[in-house]
Design a protein around this ligand. Structure first.
Ligand code: FAD
Length: 474
């Protein structure tokens, strides 16, 4: 009897452990594992520079896990998949579902096309704890507020699936089918800006497992407070690994639950609830597919955003003259990551103090974040802007000096990324413009030369934002 051959199509699930589609494919028989770099992505939604770097290394790592059997293509999956299936005489294809609107539409087309041609196509849930179509309010409509969504919806409907063991055995189909290969994707930057990034991150399943176990051992118990201190390793740094599916949220959820049990520990509950925010972002994107492009609250369509290329550039490069903002933007540039507390601070500064549209921030993050994720990034920016579902109200404007003084008391984080301020006393580290002359001289601070003057007056720009908000409120 011939053993059936099927295709395992890897997408945002670049792992062997807890991969429901891979398990199902292996249960059927031999597999041809493939990855397609889809060049039909809508404009501006191809992976940004940082994500491309990550993807290159993640695919290398997955290929190693599959003993060099991963076939890599570039092109339109709607064209490539039927061609490969015909050619290798595959019976079926398996994949884990993605939730970006353009991927949903594309996958539906592919499934129909294959079934019409008498192939079998199976999809599984490999990247969410609760799929968006399963969680609805009593009246059948989607939740728009996080707490009832998570507490009354998700937590009440069912326990997340327990992670699956990897396939006991993977048998590969004949390898003769010619692929394009990883180098054809051209994902690595020509200019070696990734030097610091590669020292900090290890894309792939192993790197994900390392971060998870380090977090469990050293930071999980203190997460509730530790997660707000940007100079500490107080969070799990799993976001790029989760985005590329090198670890599933189920593995993270149960690694925490199995270790800490049904604990009343606030830190553990808070951490699980952050995974819930990731779910909520996907949920919003699924039910409101215009989330990346349109204000969730359409009152904001009339918001008088400014255009100011100079201010935008100062923000992007970390030269606004506001230390905590500059430190955050430089952390992003140097490491491909920014601490969540600081994402909120730099976001508030952009949309409120600078009065620039959240789309400007969203696009910059898309290009520079290693964890750039359509759902979490769009939801995060709409939350910051006040235009989103369950968003921070527009009139709540973060004061970056107070935020700095509260969450970076001794200025450790600012000193790391703004070394030109390192000799300032703690008292002035978050407001260098107030430093008296003699002290500034001792600290080798020359405002406007060694470090920029603030590009906006915080008080006046706050008032300008509130006035702008008044215009759309009615
Ligand atoms: P931890 O604190 O260890 O949290 C564990 C996991 O929970 C994270 O890895 C992440 O998957 C999830 N999570 C935590 N907080 C959030 C949140 N607020 N929203 C959604 N998921 C969350 N996250 C991304 O993964 N990709 C993005 O593109 C992204 N863009 C953002 C843009 C803005 C303006 C803001 C305010 C937040 C954004 N976030 C984004 C959410 C959050 O900042 C990151 O998920 C978090 O900082 C990642 O660090 P961590 O893995 O150490 O998080």
């Amino acid at each position: 009897m011939t053993v059936p051959v099927s295709i395992m199509w890897f997408r945002q699930d670049l792992r062997v452990n807890d991969n429901p589609a891979l398990n199902a494919a292996c249960d059927m028989g031999k597999i041809l594992p493939i990855y397609i770099y889809d060049d039909t992505t809508p404009d501006g939604r191809a992976p940004g520079s940082a994500s491309q770097w990550w993807l290159h290394h993640s695919l290398t790592s997955l290929n190693d896990r599959l003993n060099g059997h991963l076939k890599i293509f570039k092109g339109d999956p709607k064209v490539l998949i039927p061609k490969i299936m015909e050619s290798i005489k595959a019976k079926a294809i398996f994949w884990n579902r993605c939730y970006e609107p353009w991927q949903i539409n594309r996958d539906k087309e592919i499934k129909k096309q294959l079934i019409d041609s008498e192939f079998e196509a199976y999809s599984s849930n490999g990247s969410l704890l609760w799929e968006p179509m399963k969680v609805l309010k009593k009246d059948g409509t989607p939740y728009k507020v996080y707490t009832p969504y998570y507490r009354n919806g998700c937590l009440k409907i069912e326990e997340p699936r327990y992670p699956k063991a990897p396939p006991a055995r993977i048998t590969y189909a004949d390898d003769e089918y010619k692929d394009d290969g990883l180098d054809a994707l051209n994902l690595l930057p020509e200019i070696k800006w990734d030097f610091t990034i590669s020292k900090m991150w290890k894309p792939g399943e192993e790197g994900a497992a390392d971060n998870l176990s380090e977090f469990i051992q050293h930071a999980a118990r203190q997460y509730k407070d530790g997660r707000d201190i940007p100079s500490m390793k107080g969070t799990s740094r799993l976001s790029p690994h989760l985005h590329f599916g090198e670890v599933s949220p189920n593995q993270v959820w149960y690694a925490i639950k199995d270790k800490f049990g049904a604990t009343e520990d606030k830190s553990i509950d808070t951490y699980l609830s952050e995974l819930g925010w990731r779910e909520f972002s996907y949920y919003l994107l699924f039910h409101f597919p215009t989330l990346p492009n349109k204000n969730f609250n359409d009152k904001f369509d009339k918001f008088p955003w400014r255009k100011d290329a100079k201010a935008l550039k100062a923000w992007q490069t970390g030269n606004t003259g506001i230390p905590i903002v500059d430190a955050g933007m430089r952390e992003l540039w140097q490491t491909g990551y920014m601490h969540n507390r600081v994402r909120m601070i730099v976001g508030s500064f952009l949309v409120k103090n600078l009065l620039l549209s959240w789309h400007e921030g969203e696009r910059w993050f898309w290009d520079t974040l290693l964890d750039a994720d359509l759902a979490s990034n769009s939801a995060g920016w709409q939350w910051v802007a006040g235009s989103g579902a369950d968003a921070s109200p527009y009139f709540r404007i973060f004061n970056p000096i107070l935020q700095g003084e509260k969450f970076d008391k001794k200025g450790k984080y600012v000193r790391k990324y703004c070394p030109e301020l390192k000799d300032l006393p703690d008292k002035y580290i978050h407001k260098p413009w107030e430093t008296p002359g003699v002290i500034a001289k001792d600290a080798k601070l020359e405002l406007g030369k060694s470090y920029p003057e603030p590009i906006v007056d915080l008080k006046a720009s706050r008032q300008r934002a509130l006035d702008a908000f008044q215009e759309i409120k009615g």
